[in-house]
Ligand binder design. Structure first.
Ligand code: ADP
Length: 163
C-alpha cells in the first residue's frame, strides 16, 4: 500500500492543483493533500481551515484522497502519517530549480521518502495561486482557474484581499 502526500499552500487551490491530485489518485493507493499551516515565511490570504475546506469540497468524488493540515517539517509529518512518497507538481522549467533543491533537501532529511513529480495539463501550466489572487484583487474573472464548486465562496472573500 503506497500512501502519497501532496503538500502545498493551496492559497487558494486551483484547477492545476486538482489536476495533480487526480493524477496522483490514479497512481497511488491513497493520497493525502497536506495543507501547510501558518508559516513564518509566508502570509496567506485564506486560513488553513478555509484552504482545507475548499480542497475537501473539490476532492469529495475521489475516494482514496483526503485532506489534512500539517505543521513543521513535511518529511517528519509524512513519516508519522505513514507516507512514503511526496508528490509535487511541475508546470514549467522555472519550477524545476526550486523543486530540485527542496526534493534534495528532503532526501537528506529522510532518505526513505521519495519525491515524485507529476506534470499538469499544458493548459494549466501558467496557472498559480498568486496569479489567481492578483486577478481576484482587481475583481477579475477567475472562473477558468479555480474549481467551479468553490468559485462563489472564493469570490465572497475578495474584500479581504483589499484589507
Ligand atoms: P507551495 O507554497 O508549497 O509551492 P503551492 O500551493 O503553490 O504550494 O503549490 C503546491 C504544489 O503544486 C507545488 O509543487 C507546485 O509546483 C504545484 N503547482 C502549483 N500550481 C500548479 C499547476 N497549475 N499545475 C501543476 N502543479 C502546480
Amino acid at each position: 500500500m503506497t500512501l502519497a502526500i501532496y503538500p502545498g499552500s493551496f492559497d487558494p487551490v486551483t484547477r492545476g492543483h486538482l489536476d495533480v491530485v487526480f493524477r496522483a489518485s490514479k497512481v497511488f493507493d491513497e493520497v493525502i493533500v497536506a495543507v501547510s499551516g501558518q508559516s513564518r515565511k509566508k502570509k496567506f490570504w485564506l486560513s488553513e481551515t478555509e484552504r482545507k475546506d475548499f480542497i475537501e469540497r473539490c476532492v469529495s468524488g475521489m475516494e482514496n484522497v483526503r485532506v489534512e493540515i500539517f505543521d513543521g517539517l513535511i518529511t517528519d509529518w509524512a513519516t508519522k502519517a505513514g507516507g512514503s512518497v511526496l508528490v509535487r507538481g511541475l508546470r514549467a522549467v522555472s519550477d524545476f530549480e526550486y523543486e530540485l533543491q527542496m526534493a534534495s533537501m528532503n532526501r537528506r532529511l529522510n532518505p526513505e521518502i521519495e519525491t515524485v513529480f507529476l506534470m499538469t495539463q499544458t493548459k494549466y501550466s501558467f496557472l498559480s495561486s498568486s496569479s489567481v489572487k492578483e486577478i481576484a484583487s482587481y475583481k477579475g474573472d477567475i472562473s477558468k482557474f479555480v474549481p467551479a464548486q468553490i468559485l462563489d465562496d472564493l469570490v465572497a472573500k475578495y474584500p479581504r484581499l483589499d484589507a
